[in-house]
Design a protein around this ligand. Structure first.
Ligand code: FAD
Length: 643
């Protein structure tokens, strides 16, 4: 980014200090986008392509330019918990995890979570996107999203020499059918492999999971080399994320204004008078009438001044605050479950009980295994000062080397490849019981029927194993001079359903996040089977010959009871919350109309971010969020009509 843009951003950041003095006409924009994160920057960039349209972005975080903790791939995860980058949300005490309170990081910066995430760039299987439409999200399926996956990316194909072991290069035509060549984000493949990779892939194949040469084609199961959002063409060796791509291509536009370090605290509607609002609320809940019109957004400066202000929307407000921020702001603005709002001291404008419900996340369990220290793993950076210095020098010089890689090997497994048919049928029976349980909501019932079908599908994964060739990622510190592999086991289609809600009208207080992890027998059973399998993989040849010991949780964990304690004590998020403003019909527990993405009961308030996804998919969600936002932009611009 040029010096001029930096100056311009700085000026915009301080704009709030003067906002009260600015006449309303000068702080009025056609579109006001709340949240300059992954989805928000896509929408702002696409809407501002029309020079006659003015767009404002309100982003609570700063813009990090030339910041190693964001840019350097190998430093992924180091910014977690740092308030300069992370909202640092936590869960409520998790009753099924001995009341543990767990971190729920979210990116708080221009680029949002795309600047904080672990860089994996993949997709789910066709059947999972098609399930969204089957559920009620009309128009949202694999075929309608594929052009937008491609529109968001320019994928650097692998050189034959760099290709993932034992896979073949897709033909150019096949590659072009499923991969973008002209989009803003610049994903690429690994160019360095650990020598533990081939033995690991062989072990995975031996437990019954084949290698997938191109998982971007609609069947995303198997073990494969994932693309990563690392730019090897333009900003060589750097994270490619919403701020460095979409924002950089639009930042010079005079019709785009970004308010940094500015938090939206409330969306205001035309029906401002409280009696009128109450009347409208009654109408909207009783008759389904009374569409509310968003007219402005209250904001506060996220700095010691705490200056407040108001930004006006001539046409629309687009809410892109993410799976936690979006329902939180809807509730702060009076849209949600009246009981929850009343308890928080907020007047209900739209009775929409689905707001903040349907929270789904991939739970994850991390194990590491000591391997022979003659192997080439990321531990070398820790163990060998000279090697580390040479890698840092190479990265500074050319943007290459270990610091420009993350080397995850992903395995997405259908359940039937992993567990006995007897256990599979027990899990299916448990799913049926859950579907028929009196407490299961109509939406969850529909979702669980689909998930029950996924349990026996060939082309949908239920468990993901992520292998990282290196240690230091569990609670047991790595020993000096030792090498490790880390295996993360993640549940892809959990049956747990959680929520995120306000419990105070203070807009600066964090929302109450309750993912309800492991709240049912199926998730607990699959977690147990998954972590046991992670160890089995490392005991399978040829990998077994390289493994020195089970480092964490350790060889003394042997019985099912031990493993269950491990799953309860060591569960973490995979950082993939979705679903809290689901695009589904209102009567089915939807918050947003799938055709228009307008919040039910409103005329011009749309949601575009991960909270729209009605059901989890077996993938890391960022590329899907970009694709959703690209398609949403076309819907907003009237280029497609939602189906
Ligand atoms: C630690 C971590 C690791 C992850 N790893 C991966 C991975 O490897 N691969 C992958 O595909 N996905 C990964 N994800 C998930 C992925 O990054 C997210 O699903 C995706 O980025 C979400 O996009 P979004 O637009 O919904 O939200 P975000 O990108 O989070 O954007 C929301 C934006 O809104 C802003 N905001 C919120 N509330 C307000 C408000 N009231 N006022 C102003 N601004 C506000 C936030 O600051 C943020 O910038 C990871 C996520 C995290 C946190």
């Amino acid at each position: 980014m040029g010096r001029l843009n930096l100056l311009r951003l700085a000026a915009l950041a301080s704009l709030l200090n003067f906002i009260k003095a600015i006449p309303a006409g000068h702080k009025t924009f056609d579109y006001v986008v709340i949240g300059g994160g992954t989805a928000g920057l896509v929408v702002a960039t696409r809407l501002s392509e029309d020079p006659g349209t003015t767009v404002a972005v309100i982003e609570a975080g700063p813009h990090h330019v030339n910041e190693p903790l964001v840019d350097t791939p190998e430093l992924f995860s180091r910014a977690l918990g740092n308030p300069a980058f992370d909202w640092r949300f936590v869960t409520t005490p998790q009753v099924n995890l001995d009341n543990a309170i767990l971190p729920q990081p979210r990116g708080k910066m221009l680029g949002g979570s795309s600047g904080l995430n672990f860089i994996v760039w993949d997709r789910a299987s066709q059947r999972e996107y098609d399930a969204w439409e089957q559920l009620g999200a009309t128009g949202w399926n694999w075929n309608s999203l594929l052009p937008y996956f491609k529109k968001s990316e320019t994928v650097a194909p692998q050189l034959q020499a760099d290709i993932f072991p034992q896979t073949s290069q897709p033909s150019e035509a096949n590659f072009d059918a499923f991969h973008g060549r002209a989009g803003p984000v610049q994903p690429s493949y690994n160019v360095i492999y650990s020598n533990v990779t081939i033995p690991y892939v062989d072990a995975i194949n031996s437990i019954g999971v084949p290698t997938n040469s191109d998982p971007y084609t609609g069947n995303a199961t198997g073990v494969y080399n994932t693309e990563v959002a690392i730019d090897r063409v333009k900003n060589i060796g750097k994270r490619s994320y919403a701020a460095s791509t979409y924002f950089n291509m639009s930042s010079d536009r005079p019709n785009l204004t970004v308010f940094l370090s500015t938090q939206a605290t409330k969306i205001n509607f035309d029906l401002g008078d409280s009696l009128l609002s109450l009347f409208s609320s009654l109408l909207s809940s009783l008759l389904g009438l009374g569409q509310m019109r968003a007219s402005s957004v209250d904001v506060v400066a996220v700095n010691s001044t705490g200056t407040t202000g108001r930004i006006f929307a001539r046409k629309e407000v687009i809410l892109s605050g993410g799976a936690f921020g979006t329902p939180h702001l809807l509730e702060l603005s009076g849209i949600g479950n009246p009981e929850i709002l009343r308890e928080a001291g907020i007047q209900t404008l739209i009775d929409l009980p689905a707001v903040g419900e349907n929270l789904q996340d991939h739970p994850s369990f991390t194990q590491d295994f000591e391997v022979k220290n003659t192997l080439f793993t990321y531990d070398l950076l820790r163990n060998n000062v000279t090697f580390n210095a040479s890698q840092e020098a190479e990265y500074a010089e050319s943007g290459t080397g270990l610091l420009a890689n993350v080397q995850f090997v992903l395995t997405f497994s259908p359940l039937k490849d992993l567990i006995s048919s007897q256990l599979l049928s027990t899990v299916q029976d448990d799913a049926t019981k859950l579907i028929n349980a009196p407490g299961t909501s109509p939406l969850a019932r529909r979702q669980h029927r689909i998930t029950r079908d996924f349990l026996t599908a060939d082309d949908v994964a239920n468990v993901e194993f992520i292998m990282f060739p290196g240690g230091g990622r569990t609670r047991v510190a790595p020993a000096p001079g030792s090498a490790y592999i880390t295996v993360y086991t993640c549940l892809m289609h959990p049956f747990s359903r959680g929520s995120v809600h306000v419990n105070t009208s203070d807009p600066l207080a964090s929302p109450q996040i309750d993912p309800s992890y492991l709240d049912n027998d199926i998730d607990r059973q699959l977690a147990l089977q998954g972590v046991k399998l992670a160890r089995t993989i490392t005991q399978t040849e040829p990998l077994n010959a390289l493994v020195v010991s089970d480092h964490s949780p350790g060889a003394n964990v042997t019985t099912d009871a031990d493993w269950i304690e491990f799953t309860k004590g060591f569960l973490t998020t995979t950082y993939h919350p979705i679903g809290t403003a689901a695009m589904l019909p209102r009567e089915l527990g939807g918050v947003v109309d799938p055709l228009t993405l307008k919040v039910h009961g409103t005329d011009n308030l749309r949601v575009v971010d991960a909270s729209l996804m009605p059901m989890l998919i077996a993938t890391h969600p960022q590329s899907t969020v970009y694709a959703i936002a690209e398609r949403a932009s076309d819907i907003i611009r009237g280029r497609i009509f939602g189906y």
